[in-house]
Design a protein around this ligand. Structure first.
Ligand code: CUA
Length: 152
């Protein structure tokens, strides 16, 4: 018959508590982030950068990343707009970060990532590449310009 050392019991208890906290955090995060970027089937038409206006406050942006720029690099929309971003890359892996909006995506060749963002407040929202991609990495930026009045 083996008896357990008190310190062993203590460690098992702590491990169990940490594990429970870990599982709880995952479930909690899952409940809160149901707007995670989605992967879509690849289609070459996504390589053509464009902004499509569906109505006054609904837009689609086909964003293309390449060394070392984003296209389109300026997106003008009115406040209150909801934007679907479809993101791909022409070469290697780039980042697509809109810090003010908690957008954190990867631009991957042969792949399209999608997320939807609502821009309630006017302002300039910087899009930056946050995945090191070579000498021009730090200059890889674009912006979303959100204006007060509706764009006509
Ligand atoms: Cu593109 Cu860093």
């Amino acid at each position: 018959m083996s008896t357990m050392d008190p310190s062993e019991k203590k460690i098992i208890g702590i491990t169990g508590a940490v594990l429970a906290l870990f599982i709880f955090s995952i479930l909690y995060a899952r409940g809160r982030n149901n707007e995670l970027p989605a992967c879509l089937p690849y289609n070459k038409t996504y390589l053509e950068p464009k902004v499509i206006r569906l109505d006054q406050q609904t837009y689609q942006v086909y964003a293309v990343a390449q060394m070392w720029q984003f296209q389109p690099n300026q997106i003008n929309i009115p406040a209150g707009s909801e934007v679907d971003f479809f993101l791909t890359s022409k070469d290697l892996v780039h980042g697509f970060n809109i810090a003010q909006k908690n957008v954190n995506m990867m631009a991957v060749y042969g792949n399209i990532n999608k997320t939807t963002v609502k821009f309630e407040k006017p302002g300039i929202y910087k899009i930056t590449c946050h995945e090191y991609c070579g000498v021009g990495h730090q200059s890889m930026q674009a912006e979303v310009i959100v204006t007060e009045t509706p764009v006509r």
